[in-house]
Write a protein of this length. Structure first.
Length: 239
């Protein structure tokens, strides 16, 4: 009987410890600014202090988050029937050259699958989505020069048409990969590429450009599980 009681006691104790380990983590201001890897625009490791050169990140209330929502403008022309894949090849007939995207159905790291997504007329760009072994990319191709700009994911365009944000979450390394581009006419230039190691968007994918041309996200700690309810709201302001 004593052994049974001891077994139950230690089982409950172990379960409580496990539950504590699984409890949600609350984001701090330092978490918002914690960065891994390197900034590709300068090849220097950066920290929160240098973020002021590019963006400002801050916590906001849920009320302020919802107050800044607007009806998003659709900048995409989904003319997916205009360009068809032929035997696994997408051909984009730009003025200066032909740009090709070729599927590879081999298993493993060599796998690639491309889909023509449409175009963004005001930037004069074709849009192609690429699906690979463990990641995705989005490609913006200039319709004149054929120049390719590689994004982590779908381009999210600011209301004033001056910036693009593109980001994706790497669940293997708990990293949110983040890009910020400037738009000048038809030119797209990378301002910075950052890799945030402490936060990710929630499963609801609740993010948007606000009416003040800042970017708003519903986030949680990168180590929290899908069912964790510890949610924060943040604003990213462009410098």
């Amino acid at each position: 009987m004593k052994k049974l009681i001891l077994f139950i006691f230690f089982s409950v104790l172990t379960n409580n410890i496990f539950c504590q380990d699984q409890s949600s983590k609350r984001l701090t201001q330092n978490d918002l600014l914690t960065i891994s890897y390197y900034d590709t625009t300068s090849n220097e490791q950066i920290n929160g202090d240098t973020l002021i050169n590019y963006i400002n990140i801050e916590f906001i209330s849920e009320e302020e988050f919802n107050r800044n929502k607007i009806n998003e403008e659709n900048y995409f022309d989904r003319d997916t029937l205009a360009i068809r894949k032929d035997n696994g090849v997408i051909r984009l007939n730009c003025i200066d050259k032909v740009v090709k995207y070729i599927d590879n159905d081999e298993e493993g790291d060599s796998f690639s699958l491309y889909e023509y997504f449409g175009q963004i007329p005001f930037m004069n760009k074709y849009v192609v989505s690429g699906y690979f072994h463990e990641w995705i990319n989005c490609f913006l191709v200039d319709k004149d020069s054929g120049k390719e700009t590689v994004l982590f994911d779908t381009p999210l365009i600011s209301p004033n048409k001056k910036h693009i944000i593109s980001f994706s979450y790497n669940p293997y390394d708990y990293i949110t990969d983040f890009q910020l581009f400037s738009i000048t006419g038809n030119d797209i230039n990378l301002i910075t590429e950052l890799h945030f190691s402490r936060w990710k968007t929630t499963e609801k994918d609740n993010y948007f450009w606000g009416k003040d041309n800042s970017f708003y996200l519903e986030v949680t700690h990168s180590e929290n599980n899908e069912d964790i309810k510890d949610i924060s709201y943040i604003r990213i302001s462009i410098k």
